[in-house]
Structure formats: structure tokens, C-alpha cells
Design a protein. Structure first.
Length: 219
């Protein structure tokens, strides 16, 4: 009878561990997608305001002549954010595979953090050198309300990647867990956050292209 009890107790422990792994993976998966959905609504509201106010422009007050972000600001921000997004998405797809090189991911992640911080810094620096006042037109007001927020989102992406990078440096096996490590809650939580960060940086890359077209290309 004791052997049966021991077997049941052991099975309960295994089931509890599996449940914890699924919960850790599921919470990271769900949380990251909710955050991307929330971000889409935030910047989608800006896009709606752009087209709505533009459509109501009966007196030519939507945008004054010469009101356009400097290409010396918008182009570098676009290039840096897209480069960080493409690099991170590409290198993260290879992470977690049995033959994956964890050092390659760490170097790429460090480069992505640098690119995102640099893009955010240029964006914030450019806000202080605008050629138009925030309240001079609907376009100016919307630009000043939207682009600093985009800079904050770039920093959020940089922080997320930096946290994963720091974790992978402290726990070397977490990028490519094998054996008993592969069944731990820690490995599941890291894998879920890694997948979420890839989704978020992909979103940032698309968002940077969208905002560039919105404010620097459309008339």
C-alpha cells in the first residue's frame, strides 16, 4: 500500500511541476500578446486621429507649409529600429534549438539593445529641435503627442531584451536547456518571455515603418 501511495505522491509532484511550467509559459505568452494588442490600440488611436483630422481640414489648417519632421531625425530612427527588429527576430528564431549557439544570441541581443536605445535617444533629441511649435497645427500637435511615446516604446523593447540578456548571462543554460533543465519552470518562463519579446520587437519594426510613412511620406 505504501508503494502505491509513494507512486501517487510522485505522480502528483510531476503533475504539479508540469502545471507550473505550463502556467509560466502561458502567462508570458498571454501577457506579451496583450501588451502588443494594447500598443496597437494606443498607436491606432493616433492613426485614427491623423486621418480624421486630415479629413476635416476645410480651412487648410491641418498642416502649415514646411511642417515636416527632419529627415536627419526620422530616417536614422527608422533605420535603427528596423535593423534591431530584423536582427532580433532572426536570431531569436534560432534560440532554443539543440545546435543553437547561445553566444550568437547574446551578441545580437546586446547589439539590439544598443540600436534601440540609440533610436530612442535620437527621437527624443529630435523633439527638442522641431521646426514647428506643438500647437501650430493639428499635424504638429499629433506628431508631438505620438513620437515621444514611440521613443518610450523603443526603450521598453530595449529593457525587455536587456533583462533576457542579463538572465542568459547569469544562467548560461537557459537559452538551450537540455535534460532536466528543459523541464524546469525557469526554462519555460524564459522561453515564453523570449517568444514574447520577439513578437514585440517585430511589432516595433512594423510600427516604425508605419509612423515614418504617416508623418514623413503622406501629405
Amino acid at each position: 500500500m505504501s508503494e502505491v501511495d509513494d507512486a501517487l505522491a510522485g505522480q502528483l509532484v510531476v503533475d504539479a511541476a508540469a502545471h507550473e511550467r505550463k502556467a509560466a509559459l502561458g502567462s508570458a505568452w498571454t501577457g506579451s500578446r496583450l501588451f502588443v494588442a494594447m500598443s496597437t490600440m494606443v498607436f491606432g488611436a493616433g492613426a485614427f486621429a491623423y486621418f480624421y483630422l486630415h479629413s476635416l481640414d476645410n480651412n487648410g489648417l491641418w498642416r502649415a507649409p514646411g511642417q515636416r519632421p527632419s529627415a536627419f531625425i526620422s530616417v536614422p530612427v527608422l533605420a535603427l529600429s528596423v535593423a534591431a527588429s530584423l536582427l532580433y527576430v532572426a536570431i531569436t528564431r534560432r534560440a532554443g534549438r539543440p545546435n543553437a549557439n547561445g553566444n550568437d544570441w547574446r551578441v545580437a541581443a546586446a547589439i539590439c539593445v544598443l540600436l534601440l536605445v540609440l533610436a530612442a535617444g535620437i527621437q527624443f533629441w529630435g523633439m527638442r529641435r522641431l521646426l514647428f511649435f506643438p500647437g501650430s497645427s493639428g499635424f504638429a500637435s499629433l506628431y508631438v503627442a505620438t513620437m515621444p511615446l514611440f521613443g518610450v516604446w523603443l526603450l521598453i523593447g530595449a529593457y525587455w531584451v536587456e533583462v533576457l540578456l542579463a538572465r542568459s548571462l547569469r544562467v548560461r543554460w537557459v537559452l538551450t536547456p537540455v535534460g532536466e533543465n528543459a523541464d524546469t519552470e525557469e526554462a519555460a518562463a524564459f522561453a515564453g518571455s523570449l517568444d514574447g519579446s520577439r513578437l514585440f520587437l517585430g511589432f516595433l519594426g512594423l510600427l516604425s515603418v508605419f509612423l515614418y510613412v504617416l508623418f514623413s511620406v503622406l501629405k
